[in-house]
Design a protein around this ligand. Structure first.
Ligand code: ADP
Ligand code: MG
Ligand code: ZN
Length: 482
């Protein structure tokens, strides 16, 4: 049997959250009534002239620079010609053979295996309008009729294309997640996959292990979350392998990911770039990026997620937790503030990435809506450090703080979670448990240490979880072995 290797390249579109559109003054706002944020330019009316948006150019330069790209001193806009109802001009202004940024990379890490994913190009284009299919479940095939909303048409869109360097569904997801973190850190887009301000197309092929030449690829569209990206890529790899093993050949085509069925289905055979009749946009001058502009962009870049994670890991936070802290809205800020106030990095990192993130999911609320301040986290870590609270009691206290029951000290007292510090009280509980469990005591005396855990559990139960398990375990050991 042949062993196959998957080869994946991802194209990502990111809508920039500028005040106005790419080539006109229409506002970029979402949720407005259909066709109210439009003008002759973004509707493609005859005679309307485009004017490039400097803020959008700054946004794409930030992305390209953060991805370690080369910036072209001069690049060009082209017309990509095609007919589709959501494109009233019948062409999209895009970039073709000379994109503004090229040859960059992103470092990803899947299970401790760092890999560099090459970035082929980062180019500027404009978004299209939106077709809304009425009836038949919202898909075009079964719709009775379709409506068009041009509010999105002309919104600045950045396309980021990778080299075919990705080798697995896990790596595809890690790439998508890291790109999303970078874009959000730059503050140029909210990069929401469910709302379409960030969209992935995954190109997937397989080849026998050891073969240099790339296989024929399928391009999968309609992946609306990081989880779907991973599932869609995994499904498509399996499908292609099964197809080839059964004697078939993979054809170049565009496929649609279906979230409910967990499958990809064929949409259309793939168009070639010659089909678009690209030519240079006659209404726009070439884009010139001066050395000063480039330097100003570099100087203004914020700390990027990779650097931030490395800084957190140096404080003792584990790799996975650092990933959550740098990618969840509002969490990183609380962590930073708690660190400035001298809190324990490992404990606080674990709480934020664990209990606090779980709370936001369960309550369906933002971190900002929790009654949680950095000072609370620092206080709570202090209560664990001085043995006022056990690790598990601290988590319960955190739950109370999140629910608005008060400060950690107040919650600990109100919920009666403060550890028993009087060792004579604990000793009395230990003695009672040992007296009640003569068999377990005899086993331990005979050299079998396994029942110690059971006895510790009994004492913890008797004290309502308020004893220090380490202290209890030491005491049981001392009393049962000699
Ligand atoms: P297009 O715009 O026509 O989709 P590109 O040549 O720009 O095409 O490639 C798009 C993406 O497909 C890139 O990310 C590239 O790395 C990837 N890619 C190209 N060939 C293959 C292949 N054989 N297998 C997997 N991915 C591929
Ligand atoms: Mg493509
Ligand atoms: Zn407009």
């Amino acid at each position: 049997m042949t062993d196959y290797e998957a080869v994946i390249g991802i194209e990502t579109h990111v809508e920039l959250m500028t005040d106005s559109k790419m080539f006109c003054g229409c506002p970029v706002i979402f949720g407005e009534p259909p066709n109210t944020t439009t003008c002759p330019v973004c509707l493609g009316l005859p005679g309307a002239m485009p004017v490039p948006n400097a803020k959008a150019m700054e946004g794409i330069l930030k992305i390209g620079t953060a991805l370690d790209c080369e910036v072209a001193e001069i690049s060009y806009f082209h017309r990509k010609n095609y007919f589709y109802p959501d494109l009233p001009k019948n062409y999209q202004i895009s970039q073709y053979d000379v994109p503004i940024c090229h040859d960059g990379s992103i470092a990803i890490d899947v299970d401790g295996a760092p890999t560099m994913i090459g970035i082929t190009r980062v180019h500027m284009e404009e978004d299209t309008g939106k077709s809304i299919h009425m009836g038949g479940g919202g898909r075009i095939h079964d719709a009775e009729y379709s409506l068009l909303d041009f509010n999105r048409s002309g919104v600045p869109l950045v396309e980021i294309v990778t080299e075919p360097d990705i080798r697995s569904a896990d790596q595809a997801r890690a790439y998508g997640a890291e790109l999303q973190r970078i874009v959000r850190t730059l503050g140029v887009s909210d990069a929401r996959l469910e709302e379409g301000s960030m969209r992935f197309d995954a190109n997937i092929s397989i080849r026998p292990v050891g073969q240099e030449e790339l296989g024929i690829r399928a391009e999968v569209k309609n992946v609306n979350s990081l989880r779907s990206l991973q599932r869609a890529v995994a499904f498509e790899i399996e499908r292609q392998i099964a197809h080839v093993e059964a004697g078939g050949t993979v054809v170049q085509e565009t496929r649609h990911w279906n979230e409910e069925s967990g499958k990809t289905t064929s949409m259309r055979s793939k168009e070639e770039s010659e089909d678009y009749r690209y030519f240079q946009e006659p209404d726009l001058v070439p884009i010139e990026v001066s050395a000063q502009w480039r330097d100003a962009i570099v100087a203004g870049l914020p700390e990027l997620p990779a650097a931030q994670r490395a800084r957190y890991e140096a404080l003792g936070v584990d790799n996975r937790v650092a990933g959550v802290l740098t990618s969840t809205e509002g969490i990183g800020e609380l962590f930073e503030e708690a660190m400035e106030a001298g809190g324990d990095a490992r404990l606080i990192g674990n709480w934020l990435s664990g209990e606090v993130v779980a709370w936001t999911r369960n309550e369906n609320k933002a971190v900002a809506e929790a009654h949680l301040e950095a000072a609370h986290l620092v206080e709570l870590a202090g209560l664990v450090a001085d043995s006022t609270l056990s690790a598990s009691a601290a988590k319960q206290v955190l739950g109370g703080v999140l629910a608005g029951e008060g400060t950690p000290t107040e919650v600990a007292e109100a919920r009666d979670l403060v550890q028993i510090s009087d060792s004579s009280v604990i000793e009395a509980e230990v003695d009672a448990v040992l007296a009640a469990q003569p068999d377990a005591v005899a086993s331990i005396a005979g050299g079998d240490m396994k029942p110690i855990g059971f006895l510790v559990g009994q004492v913890m139960r008797a004290t309502g979880g308020k004893a220090d398990p380490k202290q209890v375990s030491d005491m049981i050991r001392a009393k049962t072995t000699s």
